[in-house]
Design a protein around this ligand. Structure first.
Ligand code: ADP
Ligand code: TYD
Length: 214
């Protein structure tokens, strides 16, 4: 099945390992879009709808027994299916710019790279969950797991953040592979750059894409 992007709105996803600086950049981009008077909407994964938030609490809860990687992948993509149908597609159809704090590549990187599930299988599962929707731009903020860990808020880590530096390094490597495999939508940014420099790179790419759809 051929993937497609929205004909009307611009869809931007943010990706990277825990602590890469993603939330900081999402917030700055949203503020800039608001300032410029561009209609936009923010979603986060896993979550973003009532059903998806309920799935999120199952996914991120620290518990005694291990969650099976396949169960994890299916719950992540179930949450995505609901979010795509209920929020993302309608907003794009209205011409909004949609910012997603994580989308399909998180499943490929975490459940594929991190947990070892076959990537081709996950690609199919993602297509099903997203109704074949691709982001126009995927911003990958790339940083080593050691550097990220030094930054992240480690006071209250969730189950996946608890998985350790080695796990995060596998996730990072898979993200880099994805950026090479899908160069038409990925923008890989060095996460060690300053917050301002990263923001202006992201803004330039975003506004060009929005203008190209007009
Ligand atoms: P994430 O959402 O990817 O987990 P955050 O945006 O919360 O990461 O950033 C984690 C920490 O790193 C925060 O304390 C934030 O202020 C800091 N930070 C974010 N971007 C940078 C950067 N480019 N350089 C230095 N510190 C940063
Ligand atoms: P969250 O607290 O939202 O982390 P962040 O602020 O870093 O985005 O927790 C989401 C966690 O779930 C994060 O560790 C990444 C993980 N995750 C997956 O493993 N697979 C997925 O498909 C998604 C969307 C997230």
């Amino acid at each position: 099945m051929k993937m497609s992007t929205s004909k009307k709105g611009t869809f931007i996803s943010f990706e990277g390992i825990d602590g890469c600086g993603k939330s900081t950049q999402v917030k700055m981009l949203l503020e800039k879009l608001n300032k410029e008077g561009i209609d936009c909407s923010l979603v986060r994964e896993p979550g973003g709808t009532q059903v998806s938030e309920e799935i999120r609490s199952v996914l991120l809860k620290n518990r005694e027994e291990n969650m099976s990687p396949r169960a994890e992948a299916l719950l992540m993509t179930a949450s995505r299916a609901q979010l795509t149908k209920e929020k993302i597609k309608p907003a794009l159809d209205m011409g909004f710019c949609v910012i997603a704090d994580r989308y399909k590549d998180s499943t490929l990187a975490y459940q594929g790279g991190g947990r070892g599930i076959d990537i081709d299988y996950l690609l199919e599962l993602n297509n099903f969950a997203t109704y074949d929707l691709d982001p126009d731009i995927t911003i990958l903020i790339d940083i080593s797991s050691i550097e990220a860990q030094n930054r992240a808020n480690i006071n209250n880590p969730d189950r996946i953040e608890n998985a350790g530096v080695e796990f995060q390094e596998k996730v990072r490597n898979l993200y880099i592979q994805l950026a090479n495999r899908f160069p038409e939508r990925f923008l890989k940014i060095d996460g060690r750059e300053s917050i301002e420099v990263i923001h202006s790179t992201i803004w330039e790419k975003t506004i060009n894409c929005i203008n190209a759809k007009k």
